[in-house]
Design a protein around this ligand. Structure first.
Ligand code: PHB
Length: 547
């Protein structure tokens, strides 16, 4: 039956599906993985083909994921939303390495003016947990969550210094089954091994030789293993407790800037200094504070089931939320702790954990604790890890324009603080409407958007801006243009700083000033809250540019 084949393909090779595995959870994870591989968007019929599931099953799963806020429907397409990043965030928070090391990686990237990454081992692959990227014309740059074949990277050679015989066997089997790296969507495929070679293909033992060199040197290079021009040098960051490789820090460059031979003299010394500092940070980090566990899950899923009936697959929703029971200070919970954190019965939590273990998302340990694996990042993370504020705001602007029947816009302040610039907008089909073109600049003080943005700056505020700040919104009446009324509220980042402003415009003939506040302000606040929720989830471990 094709349905089972496609879903089973998501479990690690050789693992038969355990009898107690939760079927809808297996299928839901498959849907999330296929959406991620496709870049975040698929039509329901493309999902049917990619998963081998029946249309009615695809519809129920996407309906449930929609209710969880993990996907939305855009026309007929199913689209991953930033909210799904809470799954990868749970892994990254539990791992703690990004929280402890990202800032040092960013500083090193600034210092060298080169991209710097942090990667962890994922079976016989390498997965990025941080990217401090320099955007250049000539560069590939990977996303947080991308998986690369170990043998085509510098970090892979360092991780493989700790491989067991079983790891080498797994690697050889994968190479035999997937000679072109088709199972690694983030990397360009290898040349067809059956075609006439322009350059000799890497011999199977050359990776073993590079691993031996990495073991001897304590560092490794990637001389264009992924694609022509890309070079990297890597150093392991060791766990202070176990001495094992916790993650690998890499500096990535291009042959137009550095040859592979030259990386050793030009970049390696400063990379090593940064890694020493990272290891000190790991040694001296205070024990993590447990973050808040998800609340009210059981109540929420029961209510959703009552409301949506057959279209809500409760076991899928419960199973996915088990992943969010992990986090900072909850890196290795027991079954009892998972059940308590989620509000699920022990039996339900146990079956969900067993299913996740089968899928390679959770590891079970002899001391009866569980940890998340880097594979959790396959559930949406790379597809969304390069989002921007305008992009994540867009569907919320659309929804607001549709319900309010008025145009809405998002804007930021220009660097001199004198103007605003529209970064996103949604219009209406009215004849008399405000035209919003992304990129348009307007004087900041004359616009509701500008006043909201200026009210959050540290300069002494005018009485008007002081009032905007205290009331939390700006209302501008016919100042920019006769007949135009608009009302704006701030959009704040995780630290509470105003990073953008959101407004709704109307015509004086359509609404009195009082109506503007009474009718539009609540919806505006609700929309800002939705945008902020997405922004805060997406920016926990990735940089989300405000424009
Ligand atoms: C990276 O993009 O960070 C990267 C790429 C290839 C490597 C190492 C790091 O070998």
């Amino acid at each position: 039956m094709p349905a089972m084949t496609a879903v089973d393909a998501d479990a690690p090779a050789g693992a038969g599906t355990p009898a107690e595995a939760v079927g809808p959870l297996l299928r839901g994870v498959t849907v999330l993985r296929r959406l991620t591989e496709a870049g975040g968007t698929l039509s329901p019929s493309a999902l049917e083909r990619a998963t081998g599931l029946a249309r009615s099953t695809v519809d129920r799963i996407t309906g449930t994921l929609g209710r969880m806020g993990y996907v939305r429907l855009d026309g007929r397409d199913v689209v991953l939303t930033p909210r799904v990043m809470e799954l990868g965030n749970a892994y990254l928070a539990a791992l703690r390495l990004p929280a402890l090391l990202d800032a040092r990686a960013d500083t090193l990237a600034d210092e060298l003016d080169e991209s710097v990454s942090l990667a962890v081992a994922d079976l016989d692959g390498v997965r990025f947990i941080h990217q401090a990227t320099r955007r250049r014309a000539l560069s590939v740059s990977f996303r947080i969550g991308d998986l690369l074949p170990a043998e085509r990277t510098a970090p892979g050679a360092l991780f493989a210094t700790e491989w067991t015989e079983a790891d080498w066997t797994r690697w050889r089997e994968r190479r035999a089954q997937d000679a072109r790296d088709a199972s690694f969507p983030a990397v360009p495929p290898r040349a067809d091994p059956t075609a006439a070679p322009c350059s000799p293909p890497p011999s199977p033992d050359s990776f073993a030789q590079r691993v031996e060199r990495a073991r001897r040197d304590g560092w490794a290079v990637d001389d264009q293993l992924i694609e022509p021009g890309l070079v990297a040098v890597s150093v392991p960051v060791r766990d202070p407790g176990t001495g094992r490789v916790a993650c690998v820090a890499s500096v990535v460059s291009h042959t137009s800037r550095h040859s592979a031979a030259d990386l050793r003299t030009s970049l390696l010394p400063r990379l090593r200094t940064a890694v020493t500092a990272m290891e000190t940070d790991l040694r001296t980090a205070p024990a993590p504070e447990p973050g808040p566990a998800p609340a009210g899950l059981a109540t929420w899923t029961t209510a959703s089931k009552h409301e949506l009936g057959r279209d809500f697959v409760e076991s899928l929703a419960r199973g996915l939320t088990v992943l969010t029971a992990f986090g900072e200070g909850r890196a290795a919970p027991s079954l009892t702790e998972v059940a308590r954190a989620t509000g699920l019965s022990r039996a339900t939590a146990r079956r969900a954990l067993l299913t996740h273990e089968h899928l390679g998302l959770v590891a079970a340990h002899p001391d009866r604790t569980y940890t998340l694996t880097p594979r959790v990042l396959d559930l949406g993370f790379p597809a969304l890890s390069r989002t921007t504020l305008p992009r994540l705001a867009e569907p919320h602007l659309r929804a607001l324009a549709d319900t309010a029947g008025e145009p809405t816009a998002l804007a930021v302040l220009t660097s001199d603080g004198k103007e605003i610039q529209y970064t996103a907008g949604a219009g209406t089909s009215r004849v008399l409407t405000v035209q919003i073109s992304v990129g348009t600049r307007l004087p900041a003080t004359a616009t509701s958007l500008g006043r909201v943005l200026l009210a959050d700056t540290t300069a002494p505020l005018s009485p008007t801006l002081t009032e905007v700040r205290s009331q939390g919104y700006a209302l501008v009446d016919e100042e920019l243009e006769s007949g135009l009324r608009s009302i704006a509220v701030p959009v704040r980042d995780r630290a509470g700083r105003t990073v953008a402003a959101l407004n709704v415009s109307t015509h004086a003939a359509r609404r009195t000033l009082r109506d503007v506040v009474a009718d539009l302000l609540p919806a505006l606040h609700a929309t800002a809250a939705h945008i902020q929720q997405d922004l805060h989830t997406a920016s926990r471990f990735t940089h989300v540019p405000p424009s």
